[in-house]
Design a binder for this molecule. Sequence first.
Ligand code: TXA
Ligand code: MG
Length: 344
Amino acid sequence: MDTKMWTMPEQPAVTDEAIEEAARLLQSGEVVAFPTETVYGLGADATKEAAVQRIFDAKGRPSDNPLIVHVADRAQVKGLVSEIPPVAERLMDAFWPGPLTLIMKSNGTAADNVTAGLSSIGIRMPDHPVAASLIKASRLPLAAPSANRSGRPSPTLAGHVRQDLDGRIAGIIDGGATGVGVESTVVDCTTEVPIILRPGGITKEDLERILSEVIVDPALANETEKPKSPGMKYTHYAPEAPLWLVDGEDDFFLSCLEKEKGKGLRVGVIASRELAQKLDHSRVIACGSRTDVKQIAVHLYQALREFKEADVDVILCETFPETGVGAAVMNRLTKASTKKLSQN
Ligand code: TXA
Ligand code: MG
């Protein structure tokens, strides 16, 4: 199939035609990629099984991994759930539109393959003008996972979507670079105490300002436990070359780099600006200052896509403090990595 590409000018308000055309494709059961404030999503009519199936086919996604449904207003939420728990109401008031997905009880309106047979459904209201206009124009709740081939880093630019899905989907709306850079936080609101199933753009610290209690799914820290969010069990975000995390002081990183170079390996490095400045090495991607982990999040997936198998044998990556959005950054890096080199 020919993948159509619409490029949005700076002001999305003047692009009604592209939005209308993409919305019509969605209404006819096609899939279209669109920007959100976190990463690009691959959208389809959440109420139509055949449309949703096209998402799974295009991505090569396992069918037991449920999708997040994207809405533009609270009325759409009511149409999808059997009840809105008070906790969810408070979180919507505080963080929507924004990078927070809430798991509630489904009322069965969404197609069965959206929820992968679960009785719950994940819903979020994205904080991006193009996403909001597209949902409104289509008048549909849009099921949308990240718009990458399954297992690859999520796309933060329309070009990444094209790399992965060209020829496999009906269209891509190019709205420029996404903002947050990592996906939404997923919070289960069906339990007595809400549970963070996936760390993301809204931090645990943010949630704690609104909720008296919130816990993190223990499986996130312990590989032997089964995660409550089906998607968290899969290998994810993998770059083309093996990625090793280096946990220690800058001098330790330097010694690891020299050691691998000494073996004749071509080594790629993903690091903070501070560490990058200390390295006398050609294949380094600096993601931002280590004092501002939000910047690291913004550039992380782009960095993971940058090194190609043909150019490097291994990628060494710095580790970051797990506070704030650092929790999401380290969750994704841990999943992307095959090995950890620790100083202690
Ligand atoms: O920021 C985001 O969330 C992006 C943008 C496009 O909105 N979307 C995204 O979707 O990251 P995806 O499919 O890549 O990740 C969805 C995650 C998976 O880990 C999935 O298992 C979990 O949400 N999830 C969805 N519905 C669920 C449910 N009913 N119960 C538990 N986990 C659920
Ligand atoms: Mg994804």
